[in-house]
Design a protein. Structure first.
Length: 350
């Protein structure tokens, strides 16, 4: 029998399934007065990676959920990738994950329960790698396959990292290359080579463990992970939330070289265009930038993307030491900086 290709059973892929930013703003809008919860450290008031609750003992409980449709065809790999992506939200807050709960939607009339079991096995595998139990979950019969995790973690309250605390002069670091949205779209169109598929899987399954260590550095002012809104969207959230602007050094950005091969074939995720439509008015380009390539790369939806870190200049050496410790030596050079608030939220220079 031909192996089942999960991506053929869903209209979206990975974090590219995210609702467009402009639409999401409409969904989240409310006119109801909000009740004050003094113990809630991070909630809906900011566009952060997770919620955080003061436990009263010097620690913060970090709580998040993340799920999506298949980004790869193999069921075990899908579970592992979706799990790594959900756990990343805890790392992005500078926390250490402690427990996960599974979220499964499965079209039982189209796909076998044995395939769903492999998805769970993949998630269990990545949870083991993160050192946490997959402690339970919930499942439904749904038209398309969906999987993810609800994850809890802990951080020292004073070391909790948010995405809206960056400061003018902070240098920006990114811990994974861009372009997985392009590669995953190439796979969905059955044109991804075996070599490039292996590269894609390796990155998608890589845990952002360095975040827990980076959270202990006072000079790390802000941190987030780059997911469905692309580097551009998540950097705009960081800059606007921090009341500053940002400058990107495009020539310094890590980009998967293979992604450029598929860009030449006009293989671009639909979510790239949705993201660009939401953020284009806030973005400016300097002389010499390959605007067409940047248009396809900066809003490219990442799944389990790298950490985006805003670092005080006097803390750069400490951050670089941790990146080296976690075998992230290819990402030691800043890719941008935070600047005084300007007309454009993000300016892309060569």
């Amino acid at each position: 029998m031909e192996p089942v290709k999960l991506t053929q059973f869903s209209h979206g892929a990975g974090c590219g399934c995210k609702i467009a930013p402009a639409v999401l703003d409409t969904i989240l809008k409310t006119n109801q007065p909000s009740t004050a919860f003094p113990q809630l450290l991070v909630g809906n008031a900011s566009k952060d990676d997770a919620a955080a609750y003061d436990l009263g003992n010097g620690q913060a409980l970090i709580s998040t959920t993340d799920f999506f449709m298949p980004i790869v065809d193999d069921a075990f790999s899908f579970g592992k990738i979706a799990g790594a992506n959900a756990i990343s939200d805890v790392y992005a807050m500078g926390g250490t994950p402690i427990m996960a709960i599974a979220i499964l939607g499965w079209p039982i009339d189209k796909l076998s329960p044995e395939l769903a079991q492999q998805v769970i096995e993949g998630a269990r595998s990545i949870c083991e790698e993160a050192g946490i139990p997959l402690a339970g979950g919930h499942s439904i019969d749904s038209p398309e396959p969906i999987f993810g995790l609800s994850v809890n973690g802990l951080a020292n309250k004073e070391q909790l990292k948010q995405n809206n605390k960056a400061k003018e002069g902070d240098l920006l670091f990114l811990t994974k290359p861009l372009g997985v949205g392009i590669l995953s779209t190439a796979q969905k169109r059955n044109v991804l080579t075996e070599e490039h598929e292996a590269l894609l899987l390796k990155q998608l399954m890589q845990l952002n463990k360095a975040g827990a260590a980076l959270g202990k550095i006072d000079g790390v002012h802000a941190m987030t992970d780059v997911t469905g809104f692309g580097l551009l969207g998540h950097l705009i959230e960081m800059a606007e939330g921090s009341d500053v602007s940002a400058e990107i050094y495009y020539s310094k950005l890590p980009i998967i070289e293979a992604a450029k091969t598929y860009l030449a074939q006009r293989i671009v995720p639909d979510a790239t265009y949705r993201n660009w439509n939401s953020y284009s008015s806030k973005t400016g380009f300097g002389a010499g930038v390959n605007v067409m390539e940047a248009f396809n790369v900066l809003p490219d939806p990442q799944t389990n993307g790298g950490l985006l870190i805003a670092v005080a200049p006097d803390a750069v050496n400490m951050v670089q030491s941790i990146l080296e410790e976690y075998q992230l030596q290819d990402f030691l050079e800043p890719v941008g900086k935070m600047i005084v608030k300007a007309d454009k939220v993000v300016t892309v220079n060569i």
